[in-house]
Design a protein around this ligand. Structure first.
Ligand SMILES: *[C@@H]1O[C@H](CO)[C@@H](O)[C@H](O)[C@H]1NC(C)=O
Ligand SMILES: *[C@@H]1O[C@H](CO)[C@@H](O)[C@H](O)[C@H]1NC(C)=O
Ligand SMILES: *[C@@H]1O[C@H](CO)[C@@H](O)[C@H](O)[C@H]1NC(C)=O
Ligand SMILES: *[C@@H]1O[C@H](CO)[C@@H](O)[C@H](O)[C@H]1NC(C)=O
Length: 498
């Protein structure tokens, strides 16, 4: 009578061992495929539509969500031919057409099968902000033309928009801190949150605007300059401000207009002596183009068809004086907490990365190796005093910007020291760099990470927990399998002994 009962128990235990063993095998296989199979690569495309030109960036990352933190890399940077999209006011359709070349390059790089799953964005910055102020219907026409072309492409076009200055600053800050691995770090199998003191500030300068973003040492007293976000479980509150019309190209226009204004009211009207151009430099330009910019507020002279002759004098002292006129330093009621033009700013704090036009100007002047302030000053002044004939002979290919490096160099020094309040001491915290880890520094990567939700608000600890879960289940099933086998063996032993 006992045998069938023991036999049934034996068979049941053996069955349990088999089921448990198979479950364990499946779990191990699932985990092994996760670890061993090469992660699928995903792509994203962002157009940076700046005031003077448009760039396209293609980013790539492994599709495995648990492992993609900190591994988005730049697969392509393409410079769109022609001016910025805001220049196409008389022919908006052409703004869209201009993007086709770089778009083609991006599509050729990304495997066809992935096109449909690739998100694409276009963000326009200060050039379009200015145009929208001047004539919003023209700005709308251009965005529509651009969207028309991009939405026909086989990728997943999410839209074209004009970024606010605050977002531009915040996304630049996110990009640089993400690329440097300062938001979260994965090393020896663990996610860690680096100390807050290691976070870096961002100094960005485009053609039409310039941005400063950093974590101040104290509270941010003016909400309009604050950006807050939650990334990987940590709350960040950064100070950020974008100065419209303080980008390099608009600064140069305002500078020239300021100098021309003085001259136009004098008997030698038509001739401008420009202290920031090298001595011996001479050029003729149309007045109309100068007064087209919405950043130039000076009253336009009656006769805009007049041409202007500009003559360089190469005098850095007078150039700095003319540059100071572009700032309103007297508009700050509380100078300790104020930059210029009445804009609130806490004292600069921590290390900074200065990129885009900050970098290009300083790279031309060989000043990107963290030279002390004294060296930077002397180098710029000496360059400004070089006769045009020598400058031209030294850089035969750099025709376009060559005359402007002196003004840009002195402008950057004035902005950083007198505007933002860097000192000879804190100057040493500024690094002039345009790439980190093979990725260009700018707002585009931060923008894409945010829009695709790739930076979660929560800490990645739960991803580890998930993985732990699989192993815990594995161990439980090993124990269950063994228990069932031992049980079956014991039952079998008694049954045989019976
Ligand atoms: C804006 O541009 C459109 C088209 O170019 C033009 O018809 C209109 O008069 C402009 N509006 C303003 C306020 O300048
Ligand atoms: C500077 O700002 C102050 C206060 O806002 C203003 O009264 C003054 O006119 C400004 N100066 C210039 C040159 O714009
Ligand atoms: C920068 O360095 C290069 C190579 O040493 C030199 O040819 C060039 O003149 C320097 N530029 C300036 C602006 O001094
Ligand atoms: C990122 O996107 C979210 C919405 O998805 C938004 O609420 C947040 O403000 C964005 N972050 C920044 C820095 O703009």
């Amino acid at each position: 009578m006992a045998r069938p009962w023991k036999e049934r128990v034996f068979m049941a235990l053996l069955g349990a061992a088999t089921v448990s063993g198979l479950t364990m095998l499946v779990l191990v296989l699932v985990e092994a495929t996760n670890v061993l199979l090469p992660a699928d690569t995903k792509f994203g495309i962002v157009f940076d539509a700046g005031s003077s030109h448009t760039s396209l960036f293609v980013y790539q990352w492994p599709a495995d969500k648990a492992k993609d933190t900190g591994v988005v890399s730049q697969a392509l940077a393409c410079q769109v031919e022609g001016p910025g999209i805001s220049s196409y006011t008389s022919d908006p359709a052409q703004a869209g057409e201009s993007l086709r070349g770089c778009l083609g390059e991006a599509l050729a790089l990304i495997p066809k099968a992935k096109h449909r799953g690739t998100p694409m964005f276009l963000g326009a910055t200060a050039g379009m902000r200015l145009l929208r102020q001047k004539n919003s219907s023209q700005a709308g026409d251009i965005l529509a033309a651009v969207s028309g072309v991009l939405s026909q492409s086989p990728v997943d076009f999410w839209g074209a928009e004009v970024l606010s200055g605050r977002d531009e600053g915040a996304f630049g800050w996110i990009t640089i801190n993400y690329v440097l691995g300062l938001l979260i770090k994965y090393s020896s199998g663990e996610w860690t949150q680096p100390a807050e003191e290691t976070l870096v500030g961002a100094l960005d300068m485009g053609g039409a605007s310039t941005q400063i973003s950093f974590v101040p040492g104290g509270p941010i007293l003016d909400e309009s300059t604050q950006a807050t976000f939650r990334l990987y479980g940590a709350n960040y509150s950064i100070y950020t401000h974008s100065y419209l019309c303080f980008g390099r190209d608009q600064m140069l226009q305002r500078l020239l207009a300021g100098l021309a204004q003085v001259r136009l009211s004098s008997p030698t009207a038509g001739l401008v002596r420009h202290p920031c151009y090298h001595s011996g430099y001479q050029a003729t330009l149309s007045l109309a183009s100068l007064y087209e910019s919405p950043c130039v507020h000076a009253a336009a002279p009656l006769n805009l068809t007049q041409n202007l002759t500009v003559e360089g004098t190469g005098s850095p002292g007078a150039c700095v004086a003319a540059i100071r006129e572009l700032f309103n330093f007297s508009s700050c009621k509380a100078p300790a907490d104020c930059a210029f033009d009445g804009v609130y700013q806490p004292p600069v704090q921590g290390p900074f990365y200065a990129f885009s036009n900050f970098y290009y100007t300083f790279s031309f002047l060989n000043l990107t190796s963290r030279q002390p302030l004294g060296t930077a000053n002397t180098t710029v002044w000496e360059f400004c005093q070089r006769p045009w004939r020598l400058v031209e002979a030294s850089y035969p290919e750099q025709e376009h910007w060559l005359r402007d490096h002196c003004a840009s160099g002195l402008y950057i020094l004035t902005l950083l020291l007198e505007g933002y309040g860097f000192s000879a001491e804190t100057w040493a915290n500024i690094q002039f760099q345009n790439q980190a880890g093979g990725t260009d520094i700018g707002w585009t990567l931060g923008y894409m990470l945010n829009l695709t939700g790739m930076i979660p608000a929560k800490a990645p600890a739960q991803w580890r927990a998930q993985s732990y879960g699989v192993w815990t289940a594995g161990v439980v099933f090993v124990v269950l399998t063994l228990a069932a086998i031992v049980g079956a063996a014991a039952v079998h032993l008694f049954w045989v002994q019976d």
